[in-house]
Design a protein around this ligand. Structure first.
Ligand SMILES: [Mn+2]
Length: 321
């Protein structure tokens, strides 16, 4: 949809409807036709600490209007190349999955069904959370794409055992997805600080074959050595919890943690990952705009990181065509 203009519409950041990166809006997911589809999962009913990330999709979309995917792509001076050429890659925004107040299970089922629709059409789903619990129903919806490994960017392990018999909360998604028959191993990047997972949970993750790397270990080893050590399969899904970033640049999240990554470090890791494997889907979680600064820095950071990863992933696919 173009803004009204007597001349050519420029579609600047504050104008128009705030779809992700001003991408085309798809009003009925059953009609979706694209390479990549953004879908919001505005749920934070499964969170242990402070809520607010149900507003994540809104915040991320707002932050994403500062850039767009245009014909010819966007020039990256540092890498001297163009990314996300809209003539080559169609990105659509399918809006949000509906949430049912008081029914986390029914809400999760909505997400699984929506992701199934996209995946069955060969469209890469990019999910905007939502708390970390959304990655389990999301990956349930990826049951038709074959096996994949998970790359889990998070300060926390998210392998916590059930609490009072309940296992679908935001401290347990990696334990849950590890039980899916088509999920391989999980590479955890950015672990540090305190979380709900205890020593037994870390043991369980190791037994499952997961790779556990702290921020300090990544600084010491470098991502190239880690990717040589932990052999990823040729298809991955990225679960990115914004609290993997340092709390100074991503304060608006449920469990902010100091000692995290800065932007450039993650972009370099994304580039290295894109060169080693193929991105099948991505989910960004725990962005809680009510705690953000007035400039919406955390939301903007989340939007930027998604666009960067999509840029690297599509560039790799272009080079292999
Ligand atoms: Mn976390």
């Amino acid at each position: 949809m173009e803004n009204f203009s007597l001349k050519k519409s420029l579609n600047m950041s504050p104008t128009g409807i705030a779809s992700f990166a001003k991408s085309e809006i798809c009003v009925n997911i059953n009609d979706a036709q694209a390479d990549i589809a953004v879908l919001g999962a505005p749920f934070d009913m499964d969170i242990q600490g402070r809520s607010g990330c149900r507003m994540g999709p809104r915040g991320i979309r707002e932050g994403s209007t500062r850039f767009g995917f245009k014909p010819g792509g966007t020039y990256n001076f540092e890498r001297d190349t163009f990314y996300m050429d809209a003539d080559k890659w169609k990105v659509i925004d399918c809006g949000d999955v509906d949430y049912i107040p008081g029914d986390p299970g029914g809400t999760a089922a909505n997400l699984t069904a929506a992701v199934e629709i996209l995946a069955s059409k060969g469209i890469m789903p990019v999910i905007l959370g939502g708390d970390c619990s959304v990655s389990y129903p999301m990956m349930q919806g990826l049951n038709t794409i074959g096996t994949f490994d998970v790359i889990h960017f998070d300060a926390h392990l998210d392998w916590t055992k059930p609490l009072c018999g309940q296992k679908y909360f935001n401290g347990a998604p990696m334990r849950n997805v590890a039980g899916l028959p088509y999920v391989g191993r999980i590479l955890h990047l950015g672990l540090r600080g305190q979380g709900s997972s205890g020593p037994d949970d870390f043991q369980d993750a190791r037994k499952h074959g997961d790779g556990l790397y702290t921020v300090k270990a990544i600084h010491e080893m470098g991502i190239a050595r880690i990717l040589d050590e932990f052999k990823l399969s040729n298809r991955v899904v990225i679960h990115f919890d914004i609290d993997v970033m340092d709390a100074s640049c991503a304060p608006a999240t449920a469990s902010p943690m100091f000692g995290g990554f800065m932007y450039d470090e993650v972009v370099d890791m994304f580039e290295a990952i894109a060169a080693k494997t193929t991105l099948a889907a991505m989910v960004m979680t725990e962005v809680a705009p009510p705690y953000d600064d007035q400039g919406g820095t955390t939301s903007y950071l989340a939007a930027r990181l998604i666009a960067d990863m999509l840029g690297f992933a599509t560039k790799e696919k272009e080079s292999k065509k």
